[in-house]
Design a protein around this ligand. Structure first.
Ligand code: CTP
Length: 403
């Protein structure tokens, strides 16, 4: 998914540095070419040799040889995307003030490509007004700064300051790489976007349910692209989407079945500027949920078992359309465009993202899809591409719709 992308990872000296070799591996596994720079303090936590073995390239660091005599500029000119991770309070402060007293910071100062900053520090250091001022300044200067996660800190207590998990940072990298590859700027600053993802689970009894193959990957890609483009994002996710990594700034609401999803969406739409119903809602649910596990009934003459199903509410159709822009999906196996256009009208949506679920190479559970975006004014076909690219196209097209 990051094929051909040149990424420079700048490591500064926080305890979370011990996790960075693994993160670098995940970037390489995703197809990126990776080079590493380290501050002197970072070398206290992890050796440059580890990165050199992983990246097959020398690390840019103080007092060492580098393939180019002006190493810091060489690296800044080479990269497509920079990541400062973990970003200590000290390195953040220096970057804000243009202090370049080590090779890694000097290189970051020379970097004019998109840069993702991933702070990690003690919660009290994070909360300090000086750190918060620096974060605000970095965002104003055009850096993408991830929020740290809440959780168990190296100090032995809970707080906000943990580095997000590697897979979470990877989601942000994919979203940022997608945004920065486009000629058109996507700026969703100030917008509140609510996205549903995954397949609903309709309980039959305490151990069984009816569901579908939706993995939630499309909804999560939209959530990450929207968040990196500056939106305030709420993700309403079903159990099938809960194993997927999510960056800390995305607010999460967990639901199981269509009724819970409807309650959450109806509540969230009130404050939203955009709603994306990427969840695959089960059209029917068992009329009754058995309190105890249903046992096989051997006394019956036939082996058939009939489940009485009733229709679920159509959540998308029922959402108010006066304030928020409403986007739905259409999973079709035939007449994709015709059915999508009919759904657009029937459900009162502003856009329908139609995909052909009969194709096994794309769609459910995969990282790619091919879709047609249908609005009341326009239509746009996207050939097989990554779900992040599709997410960008959906959000970009949404920007052009006048409510
Ligand atoms: N949807 C919904 N509530 C439902 C069913 C679907 O909100 N009970 C939403 C989905 O989240 C999606 C869109 O409606 O955004 C279309 O879903 P799809 O399954 O393609 O359409 P259906 O309305 O179920 O129609 P059909 O299955 O007959 O094609």
């Amino acid at each position: 998914m990051l094929e051909g992308l040149k990424i420079a990872v700048y490591v500064s000296g926080g305890i979370a540095a011990y996790k960075i070799p693994d993160f670098v591996r995940s970037l390489i596994k995703a197809g990126a070419q990776v080079r590493v720079a380290m501050t002197p303090a970072a070398e206290q936590f992890v050796t440059p040799f580890t990165f050199e073995v992983l990246t097959k390239y020398p690390v840019l660091r103080d007092q060492s040889t580098y393939p180019d005599p002006v190493g810091h500029i060489h690296l800044a000119d080479w990269l497509d995307l920079a990541i400062l991770v973990p970003a200590t309070a000290n390195s953040l402060g220096k970057l804000v003030h243009g202090i370049a007293d080590n090779e890694a910071l000097a290189s970051l100062l020379a970097c004019n490509r998109p840069c993702l900053i991933v702070p990690a520090m003690n919660n009290k250091m994070w909360d300090h007004p000086a750190t918060q001022r620096n974060i605000d300044q970095l965002r104003q200067d055009g850096y993408y700064v991830l929020d740290p996660a809440k959780g168990f800190l190296a100090e032995g207590y809970e707080g906000k300051g943990r580095m997000p998990e590697g897979q979470e940072i990877l989601q942000a990298v994919m979203a940022l790489a997608t945004i920065s590859q486009q000629e058109q700027r996507l700026d969703l600053t100030g917008q509140k976007i609510v996205i549903s993802a995954g397949g609903t689970q309709e309980a039959i009894d305490p151990v069984r349910y009816i569901s579908n193959h939706s993995s939630g990957k499309m909804g999560l890609a939209i959530a990450h692209v929207a968040a990196l483009a500056g939106a305030q994002v709420t993700l309403v996710r079903t159990p099938s989407a809960r194993d997927l990594a999510v960056i800390p700034e995305i607010q999460l609401i967990d639901v199981e079945d269509a009724h819970q999803l409807q309650t959450a969406m109806t509540e969230e739409v009130q404050e939203a500027d955009m709603v994306v119903m990427a969840a695959a809602v089960s059209d029917y649910r068992p009329a009754q949920v058995a309190e105890q596990k249903i046992k096989k009934d051997k006394s019956q003459v036939s082996n058939d078992w009939h489940l009485h199903l009733v229709e679920n509410p159509d959540i998308l159709a029922g959402l108010p359309k006066d304030r928020a822009l409403v986007i739905g999906f259409a999973a079709e196996t035939q007449d994709v465009e015709k059915n999508a256009t009919a759904k657009l009208v029937r459900k009162g949506a502003d856009m329908i993202v139609a995909n052909d679920v009969s194709r096994s190479d794309i769609g459910f559970g995969t990282d790619q899809n091919a879709v047609t975006l249908v609005t009341h004014q326009d239509k746009r076909c996207l050939a097989k591409t990554s779900k992040f690219q599709i997410a960008w196209a959906i959000l970009d097209m949404a920007q052009s719709i006048q409510k």
